[in-house]
Design a protein around this ligand. Structure first.
Ligand code: FE
Length: 335
């Protein structure tokens, strides 16, 4: 009788997932419009999307603590460096999907398909409108002594700068990258303060003549309810660096299927949906980012700026070189 009951119990357990088709998302992205994507997916597949939001570190810690018992099927985060940290923590499992392989360019997914890029963000150079020096084209030029006291950029401890530095190590070699970092540090207009938006505000206010920021922060200022923010966006312009050579530095937000995903098939279907034209457009628009899938139409202030060359460096390099990037920043005294 006991044996019979436990067999019945097992049968019930096995049947449970079929009763409630769902996929559980741990997301370090927080945009209201992402909800629309989840609703569309549910409408098309009948699979309910449960979302737990948190900071990157909170969610990673939670995944590690929960281990094999974690309900998470997918982990979503921002920046190649953080995806690398998640890989190091053993959070992901490889995914074999012809749709994901086909839609996501090779440099925007993990070499073993542990994660896939979902949207792209370019880190570019801003000047006030019409005031770009005619010789200023590449990241390398930020170290030019002609820019002494002219550059606004956030702190070197920020992950966006660490990832950018990691790419410079990859494309220049460590020695040249260190000389570059020294040159940029020597050109700072002020001790780094605030986020990317604050660099654009300082640029508009005349505290510096060149600023480094991700493009989507400019998009956010352009769409702001605050007229002062819109005035900042209107006063400045950006260009994509290194367009006559390797291309601009691009980072991603991305996601992978977790190692112990209880709803693995649903998770893969969900990732495949996220790279559909429909989801890509909403996903990119939610933060004024760019779709990871080439040719998808977007809207909003950055829509006219989708055509540019990116460096093609695999985003996983940002994590691989992160420790060395931090060491270089420290050695040259980049604040
Ligand atoms: Fe950001």
């Amino acid at each position: 009788m006991l044996r019979h009951l436990s067999a019945l119990g097992l049968a019930l357990l096995a049947a449970a997932p079929a009763l409630a088709q769902e996929v559980n998302l741990y997301s370090a992205r927080h945009y209201d419009s992402d909800l629309r994507i989840y609703e569309n997916f549910t409408a098309q597949t009948g699979i309910r999307v449960n979302v737990i939001e948190g900071s990157d570190q909170q969610l990673l810690q939670r995944l590690e603590t929960e281990g094999v018992n974690s309900p998470a099927d997918i982990f979503v985060t921002v920046d190649g460096g953080r995806l690398y940290q998640a890989v190091q923590a053993g959070v992901f499992q490889p995914v074999d999907s012809a749709i994901l392989d086909d839609r996501v360019p090779a440099n925007f997914r993990h070499p073993d398909n542990l994660w896939f890029g979902l949207s792209a963000r370019a880190r570019v150079i801003f000047t006030r409108k019409g005031e770009r020096p005619d010789w200023l084209d590449d990241y390398e030029d930020l170290a030019d002594p002609r820019l002494e006291g002219e550059i606004c950029i956030r702190s070197s401890s920020n992950i966006y700068n660490i990832s950018m530095m990691a790419e410079m190590i990859e494309v220049m070699g460590a020695e040249a990258a260190e000389a570059w970092a020294q040159g940029v540090a020597d050109n700072l207009a002020r001790r780094p303060q605030g986020g990317d938006r604050d660099q654009l505000r300082a640029l508009a206010a005349g505290e510096c003549s060149v600023a480094v920021s991700n493009t989507y922060y400019w998009g956010a200022l352009a769409q702001s309810e605050d007229p002062a923010d819109r005035a900042v966006a209107d006063a400045v312009e950006f260009f994509y660096p290194n367009q006559s050579n390797r291309g601009a530095h691009v980072n991603i937000s991305g996601a992978g299927v977790t190692r112990y995903a209880p709803n693995r098939e649903n998770a893969i279907r969900f990732l495949e949906y996220l790279v559909s034209d429909e989801a890509q457009s909403i996903f990119a628009d939610s933060n004024n980012e760019f779709p990871i899938v080439p040719g998808v139409v977007i809207h909003g202030p950055v829509a006219p700026f989708t055509e540019f060359r990116n460096s093609g460096v695999n985003v996983s390099v940002y994590g691989l070189n992160a420790a060395e990037a931090t060491d270089i920043f420290d050695r040259v005294g980049f604040p």
